[in-house]
Design a protein around this ligand. Sequence first.
Ligand SMILES: [Mg+2]
Length: 404
Amino acid sequence: MLSSPFYPAGRDTWISSPSVIAHIDMDAFYASVEILDFPELKDKPVVVGGSSNRGVVSAASYRAREFGVRSAMPVFQARILCPDIVIRPGRMKRYLEVSRAVIACLQSFSPLVEQISIDEAYVDLGGTGALFGTPENTVLAIKDKILKTTGLTCSVGLSTSKLVAKIASDMNKPAGITIIPPSRVRAFLDGLPVGKIPGIGRKNEEALNRIGIKTLSDIRKLSLRFLEERFGKFGSRLRDISRGEYYSPVVPYSQPKSVSNEVTLDRDTDSPEVLGGVLLDLTEKVGRRLRKHGFRGRTVTLKLKDSDHRQITRSVTLDRSTQQGKRIYEEAMKLLAGCSLKVKKRLIGVGVSNLEPAARAGQISLFEDKIREEEKWDRVDRAVDDIVDRFGSGALKRGRLRRE
Ligand SMILES: [Mg+2]
């Protein structure tokens, strides 16, 4: 079915590999969905993004890219590069619907599907041979099924690890399949600039370039000791990556329905201050878990149990989803203010439901109006997450007043 200039396709090709992973990446996802739903946009330069000049491009169609328009670019700049550009506001609900259809397609090929963003996922094809033939044929079938089901094209990388599959899927966009079989992994990596390594960051890239390390083959020549001294923990990972020996498992992940935390109080209380204090702690934890797992939620629920074990819940659904402790806290406090405290409470909890995958930075700008204020808090939250990860949750508590 598939001819490759490199090697004869077949199962034997993959026998030496500890894993067989495909990375699926939808092409210009938001823009492609717009063109799918509004065929009159076909062949037009289309971007999805904020409509005011302060907005940012979330996705650009391939026609728009011919003018140099890129995602994360300010809309005004896109207009200068391409005066005829069509700017569409985002329709997140629709994109999520299509995203779910894509994931369902993937799950029909393997139970091991890990969604990493709204339009990207890894599929572990290690165990699927008997059903679908060779990995090469399987990725062809996957691409075909996605096209038939959704009307959209994707690009696919197929290789021995998540890392190589992801780099590969980017090489022949749009609608390309790039296969790096085990025997080619080393050669493929050798020529790659270090900046292509996911997670390496600008600073590391520059630091490496400064000492003459430009490609992965250069990294392979360095000693582990040198790499560890220079990059700490990341050093040994760099070495494994450069040898094509960095493997991380595909973790099938199904979206949780809600994220919640509750606590039974040391002593029953009717004090709004005490309950508010506990709530601050709980909402921080819930926000942190949402961020950690990459979700935002729209519905905030407060749960209270009386000392006589009667339980009440109160919910509010927000205009826009959030993953911020501060925002969840504000809503939970409003719900608390609406509850009678005549009977003392023995348990308090807070949950966030109505979840959706958190968009990547460039995509958040679909909702540009409140974005600046929110980004500020996102940064604060991320800084707190870092500290908590390193030193434990006792290390840092934000003052209640400073949060106002
Ligand atoms: Mg994509």
